[in-house]
Design a protein around this ligand. Structure first.
Ligand SMILES: [Zn+2]
Ligand SMILES: [Zn+2]
Length: 292
């Protein structure tokens, strides 16, 4: 198909990222929680994921396959002006919020055919060697593709690069992704233990991109009723201290995501959230679309 100058421009204009979920692996409502955060099922939020919308090629890709993938599929299609092809999936790691959506590509559900699933070596072996994931590989519902840290994959309008991060790696490595579009780029790191354990400086990495979707699981210590060192994440309170000396124009690139149901800042009227937003920080919201 040959596009005229104007329509080509319009199509390219739409190449973007779409936020399709913002929660930590357990989602909202979270099983077992009877508190106000989870009581009202109308306040349901999907597990963190980002769709990459390639308008020139009419295809979209997913960063992570969450347990909410079926609803996210609807959300993506409702936000597009035409029918796009379901493209590839890029996995960060083998914790339940990030890959178990793959189950719906199998026989019991979509019965997909050869959906490319990009995974790091250990993650790929985990899927190949363990049921029920091994069946997706055997029946060619998915086609595993190898990722290597810092090696970019070119996919239509996007260049996608996995970046290794320290995390509780029980079953796989953990990566974040750096994604470059025709105009803009972003970083996606939903899970990391602590920024100090990373071999890179968060501030430097934020300076290199236009948007940074980063781990905002917990606001502060003491938020959940178990030892928080067993589930390490950078508290938002620590991250903002780390970034406090950055100019506002750089801080504005930050979008916190992957919120635990207990995170008080999920409430958009919380005074601390309002204060942080005034300081330039963003809180990822499902449905937000940013040009790439
Ligand atoms: Zn997670
Ligand atoms: Zn809850």
């Amino acid at each position: 198909m040959l596009l005229s100058g104007a329509s080509f421009f319009a199509a390219a204009q739409e190449t973007s990222l779409l936020v399709v979920g913002i929660m930590q692996d357990g989602g909202r409502p979270q099983l077992g929680c009877l508190k106000s955060c989870c009581k009202d099922t109308r306040q349901r939020e999907f597990v963190s994921s980002i769709a990459l919308i390639d308008s020139a090629n009419q295809v979209y890709h997913l960063l992570d396959a969450t347990p909410d993938i079926a609803s996210q599929f609807q959300l993506i299609n409702q936000s597009l002006s035409a029918t796009y092809k379901f493209g590839s999936i890029f996995l960060t790691h083998a914790h339940v919020g990030h890959y178990t959506g793959l189950q719906f590509l199998g026989r019991e559900s979509m019965n997909a055919s050869n959906v490319p699933v990009y995974a790091m070596p250990r993650m790929g072996r985990f899927l190949t060697d363990n049921g029920p994931w091994s069946q997706l590989v055997r029946l060619n519902n998915i086609q595993l593709k190898a990722l290597h840290t810092d090696q970019p994959i070119q996919l239509g309008n996007f260049q996608i690069t996995p970046v290794l991060v320290p995390h509780r790696d029980e079953f796989s490595e953990t990566v974040g992704f750096k994604v470059k579009g025709p105009r803009k780029s972003f970083l996606f790191i939903p899970d990391i233990d602590k920024w100090e354990k990373w071999d890179r400086l968060l501030a430097n990495e934020i300076e290199k991109v236009d948007y940074a979707f980063i781990d905002g699981t917990f606001f502060a210590d003491g938020e959940v009723n178990r030892p928080m060192r067993e589930i390490p994440h950078p508290f938002i309170s620590e991250t903002i201290t780390l970034l406090s000396s950055l100019p506002r124009s750089i801080r504005e690139r930050v979008y916190f995501t992957h919120f635990n149901h207990t995170n008080p800042l999920l409430n958009s009227n919380h005074p601390d959230r309002i204060m942080l937003e005034k300081a330039g920080y963003h809180f990822a919201t499902t449905g937000t679309r940013l040009l790439l």
